[in-house]
Design a binder for this molecule. Structure first.
Ligand code: ADP
Length: 458
């Protein structure tokens, strides 16, 4: 529709203006020519005294010549409205009483009229006395403008023909072009439907113009991102199920073995029940950690930001954890280079730092140390947690932040680890638009560097 409107409408408009201008110009030219002939004829009529004699072969032939050229009728009237000459020889001797002639004789000058419907020009030209300028008669010329009209008609026909051809071409072109434009879009829609039906792996491959290829690329990018998320979700669900099942399986094995034995000594009962309690505690810890993680994910946009004294926050965490460290004879060292006040979510940051220090204690050696330091520049504050522990093998360093990843499952289990601590830490730090890095050497120790902006970035 747009193509048709843009193509045909302006053309119709311009054609109509063009044809009307042509017609007006041709009619005004014709009038000017006739006025010239009138002037010439009136001079001749006057000088030869034709109005009184009514006869002069030269005048007659001139009048006939003009009426032949313009294919029309010339009537000459004297000032008594008496018709002296009529090229149609119909009205000679009669009187011509018309408004134009009367006004012309009264000195109103040349009168002209163009009738568009019947296509003729009527021109009434005064015959004036050379000296007195008195109007002595009038020449009435009635000429057809059909020739002009027929030229206009034939031009119009041609333009119409041209427009029809152009219209057909535009329609054909429009159909073709809209087809070309919409075909790749239809493929995109079909591919999206295909993916909606569950065939996620296929992606879309659409060749077309650049924009469509860009859409297709962006779409595939989105799909691959969704796929990654979906894979990680599935992996998470299967890990969660596995982790939750492990303590339950142990509890079942312990309970079954008690049931199967007869005359079980009470000491064994006690021992097994203690193991069962341990497993229940472990299950409880996994569930709690999972809840913390899910809560962090769910409340991503819901940070409880306030200016917090970070020195005090760290001191509080250390106070809570020092007794645990003491049990393993681990020395806790705290260094603060300057007072730091930062806009953070106290609960989330505290959780993140606690996990790091707990790990530093858990994966340490007897009589080891844990060093926590706090520093800041104009933009960020930095927390460093180093330990003299067992370290993390290089190949595992990329994976430790993944949910449920543990370097040494047995050791982690012994120390009550769930594999979720560092995932929670990383999540909480990222929510503060911060970053965490690990440096570690097996057998020597580990350092976690945390960097968080002093002012919370929304
Ligand atoms: P977990 O609950 O098992 O401690 P985390 O997510 O906190 O889980 O840590 C993941 C794994 O990274 C741990 O199982 C451990 O193997 C390793 N790890 C974390 N912190 C340290 C550390 N300070 N020293 C050595 N290994 C560590």
């Amino acid at each position: 529709m747009v193509f048709i409107v843009l193509g045909i409408v302006p053309l119709t408009f311009f054609t109509s203006i063009l044809l009307n201008t042509y017609e007006e110009k041709a009619i005004s030219n014709r009038k000017a020519e006739l006025e010239n002939q009138g002037l010439m004829l009136s001079d001749m009529l006057y000088s030869r005294g034709y109005l009184t004699t009514g006869e002069d072969p030269e005048v007659d032939s001139e009048v006939s010549r003009i009426s032949d050229i313009y294919s029309g009728r010339i009537i000459i009237v004297n000032n008594s409205l008496n018709i002296v000459k009529d090229t149609y020889s119909l009205e000679e001797g009669k009187y011509l009483i018309s408004e134009d002639v009367i006004q012309c004789l009264q000195g109103a000058g040349t009168r002209s009229f163009h009738d568009r419907k019947t296509h003729y020009i009527k021109l009434t030209y005064p015959i004036t006395h050379d000296d007195s300028k008195e109007t002595m008669g009038a020449i009435v010329m009635n000429f057809s403008t059909k020739d002009i009209q027929s030229i206009r008609d034939s031009m119009e026909q041609r333009v119409m023909l041209f427009m029809i051809i152009l219209g057909v071409l535009i329609v054909a072109f429009s159909f073709y072009f809209t087809g070309v434009l919409t075909k790749p879009l239809t493929s995109v829609v079909n591919s999206i439907d295909h993916i909606t039906d569950g065939y996620m792996n296929d992606g879309i491959t659409i060749k077309g113009y650049i924009e469509i290829e860009k859409i297709s690329d962006s779409f595939n990018h989105m799909i691959s991102r969704m796929q990654t998320l979906e894979n990680s979700r599935q992996e998470f669900v299967s890990n969660v199920s596995h982790e939750l099942k492990t303590p339950i399986t142990s509890i079942k094995v312990l309970a079954d073995s008690l049931l199967m034995q007869e005359d079980t000594p009470i000491e064994l009962y006690r021992e097994f029940l203690l193991d069962i309690t341990d497993e229940i505690e472990r299950e409880n810890k996994i569930i709690n950690d999972l809840l913390s993680l899910v809560k962090l994910d769910k409340t991503a946009g819901d940070m409880n930001i306030a200016p917090i004294n970070i020195n005090e926050l760290l001191e509080l965490i250390l106070k809570r954890l020092t007794p645990i460290a003491k049990k393993q004879n681990i020395e806790m060292i705290y260094e603060s280079f300057r007072p730091v006040i930062a806009e953070v979510d106290e609960v989330k940051l505290s959780l993140a730092v606690s996990n790091l220090i707990e790990n530093a204690i858990k994966y340490n050696t007897e009589d080891g140390w844990v060093r926590i330091s706090l520093n800041a520049d104009h933009k960020y504050f930095f927390i460093k947690v180093s330990d003299s522990g067992i370290g993390i093998p290089l190949e595992a360093q990329d994976s430790i932040f993944e949910r449920f990843y543990r370097v040494d499952k047995a050791r982690s289990r012994e120390t009550g680890g769930t594999g979720l601590g560092l995932a929670i830490t990383k999540n909480a730090i990222q929510m503060h638009r911060g970053a965490i890095k690990v440096y570690s050497k097996e057998g020597e120790g580990t350092t976690f560097n945390v960097r968080i902006p002093l002012n919370y970035i929304v």
